[in-house]
Design a binder for this molecule. Structure first.
Ligand SMILES: [Zn+2]
Length: 400
């Protein structure tokens, strides 16, 4: 099969460009810049007459194929619902609050979108194994998509990863190394093992962590395209995004710029990065107007956001700055309460990462960040049942 860029009518994809040294890289299986190890980003020719009409008549999760490097086979990811949240709307004092519910993805998380592309890229590059350090959800997704694509997966997870993540990595047939400690310990174990791989090893690893290839953040762009279409081709005023590695918020911002560039929608939203105050390197960088620095003593109940030195820290900070948004850090008790409040007021089961974004939205409303008629989207990254134990513990500590 010819490269995707040579298949007529499929995509306006041009190639990948290093965000550090601007070198361009061709091929469907790109990882990092061969010259400087910098992050690669997909580029497109957006002058080819793509507009909202291009997408309107299609229904699947990868229907924005002109804005993707290629379309993966997938197992039903994307096309997630945007759900009205009437009681939150009233409580926040804005025009409308909606929850973009990524729990509807195949393994129940937003990470499925990126891993669908990563698995396809790995197959096209001839690799046989998806390998990554992961806070948990990414490993579960990698195990699922590797299984589907006939690849192996190797996940390095910290001991604190959720029971569901560990169990389902096993259920999908993935290899898992549980590393005592936190995400950075898992990452160190991954890097050590990668160093030891002989050049002609039986196993060829394709790096599946965010920003180790251009595909994880690229795969999250459709979140924004879908929001715009659900809002009848208008841009929301604000999107509140929980931030760990930074891939999701970076992808949403890229998607927002592309949709404005092709004239599918007028304007872009303000993006708000929400993090737990026990690990908030992106929020701290936004507030100090500096580049992100590694967080020295990460400590939060939100394992999926406990990423002290995020690979996408700078793109996340730049996305927020360019959008005119802000950062917001919330404490663990508040974010657990907020996850329970969303469940109790709206019926939606959300992750504690979404609880972080919801608590952030309340804090932003208190700061008068929103106008009374604003449309505010809060991103739910994962199913609530992955975090049921910690939210319930919080309720029990209150005698409930
Ligand atoms: Zn480079």
């Amino acid at each position: 099969m010819p490269p995707a860029s040579e298949r007529p009518g499929m995509t306006s994809f041009e190639g990948f460009r290093c965000t550090d040294c601007a070198r361009t890289v061709a091929g469907d299986g790109a990882t990092r810049c061969p010259d400087c190890e910098g992050t690669l980003d997909a580029t497109y020719d957006l002058s080819e007459g793509i507009d909202r009409e291009t997408f309107k008549s299609r229904a699947d999760g990868w229907k924005h194929r002109e804005l993707l490097p290629f379309v993966p086979e997938g197992i039903g990811e994307g096309a997630t619902p945007l759900v009205e949240a009437p009681r939150l709307t009233e409580e926040l004092g804005v025009g409308r609050v909606l929850i973009k519910n990524e729990a509807h993805n195949p393994t129940g998380t937003v990470t499925d979108r990126g891993l669908a592309l990563v698995a396809e890229a790995a197959v096209r590059s001839g690799a046989d194994t998806l390998a990554l350090p992961t806070t948990g959800d990414g490993g579960q997704s990698a195990a699922a998509y590797a299984a589907r694509a006939g690849l192996l997966s190797r996940s390095f997870v910290p001991s604190r990863a959720t029971f569901i993540n560990k169990a389902m990595i096993n259920v999908h047939g993935g290899d898992m190394r549980v590393v005592e400690g936190r995400f950075d310990d898992a990452k160190a174990a991954y890097e050590a093992e990668r160093e030891e791989l002989p050049a002609a090893d039986e196993e060829t690893w394709f790096p599946a962590a965010p920003f180790d290839s251009p595909f994880r953040h690229e795969g999250t762009k459709p979140i924004y395209y879908e929001i715009v279409e659900a809002l009848e081709w208008t841009a929301p005023d604000a999107v509140v995004v929980p931030v760990g590695h930074g891939a999701t918020i970076a992808g949403i911002w890229k998607g927002a710029q592309e949709f404005e560039d092709i004239g599918a929608v007028s304007g872009t939203p303000q993006l708000y990065a929400a993090q737990p105050d026990g690990c908030a390197p992106v929020v701290e960088a936004i507030e100090s107007r500096e580049d992100p620095e590694p967080w020295e003593y990460p400590d939060t109940v939100v394992g999926s956001l406990e990423v002290p030195d995020p690979a996408g820290g700078l793109p996340a900070v730049e996305a927020v700055r360019a959008s005119g948004g802000a950062g917001v850090a919330v404490d663990d008790q508040d974010l657990l309460d907020s996850a329970a409040t969303v469940a109790q007021h709206e019926g939606l089961e959300v992750s504690v990462a979404c609880g972080t974004a919801a608590a952030g939205a309340w804090e932003l409303a208190d700061r008068d960040a929103f106008d009374p008629d604003d449309t505010v989207v809060v991103l739910n990254t994962a199913t609530g049942n992955k975090d049921a134990d910690i939210v319930r513990s919080r309720l029990m500590s209150q005698g409930i």
